[in-house]
Design a binder for this molecule. Sequence first.
Ligand SMILES: *[C@@H]1O[C@H](CO)[C@@H](O)[C@H](O)[C@H]1NC(C)=O
Ligand SMILES: *[C@@H]1O[C@H](CO)[C@@H](O)[C@H](O)[C@H]1NC(C)=O
Length: 226
Amino acid sequence: MEFYWRLMIYVIFVTMVLMCTAGVMFDFHPMMQSRNFSTHERYCHDLGYDGLAIISTPEAYHYALKLTEYVRTVLSKGFYLGGRYRPEAGLVMWDDDTVPRSDSPFSPYPPKIKSHLPYTRMRDTGKIVMATDYAKRSGMCGNHNNYPTESRGTTMRGKLQTIERTILSGSQVFSYLECALLCGMVLDCRVAELNTDLLTCTIIGEYNSTGYIANPQIVSYIRETF
Ligand SMILES: *[C@@H]1O[C@H](CO)[C@@H](O)[C@H](O)[C@H]1NC(C)=O
Ligand SMILES: *[C@@H]1O[C@H](CO)[C@@H](O)[C@H](O)[C@H]1NC(C)=O
């Protein structure tokens, strides 16, 4: 009985995720007008967005790069983004309260804290840097909902990564698909490893790869990075 409940919940879960990801993954709206940070943010709210766009996942980043390619590379324009220095935390955070991943394209990472540069922007090169409030630039609005997003990655079979790594979680799953989906829902996930014998899914964060050893029970999902 319990198994059927789990199976049912799993089917509902996968269906929901597939429905979410089949539509628009990221709702970003570039605004070409030159305005300062707070004015852009106000316009974003007026348009019904949560604020300026947050680029907390590799998938969001690649989408934002594509969306702004012409404007950045031909018009050499950058965009204000929804991240800022939070004095109470002593950190730069995205406006959904997440801390930028260590492989985020911040230049430099971690972002240097300077009191006259409290906000974030994407340069025309695609690098993310700290910015003033007063400079007039373009901006990009976005919604901050943390829906499970479609993640992009590749599958690697029969190998176990022999790496220094951070294990973020482990759980029982029904399938490789579920394991890969779990990875997409965890901001810090870089790799998800499925043990096909035990049906355990290990979500792995930061790692330094030092090679692989053969292990036929392991199927790994290597998530695309920034
Ligand atoms: C941002 O622009 C608005 C509208 O032009 C202006 O009222 C406000 O003082 C500006 N803020 C900064 C910090 O420059
Ligand atoms: C990877 O290597 C760097 C530099 O040697 C180190 O600072 C970091 O902690 C390592 N990461 C992991 C997950 O072991």
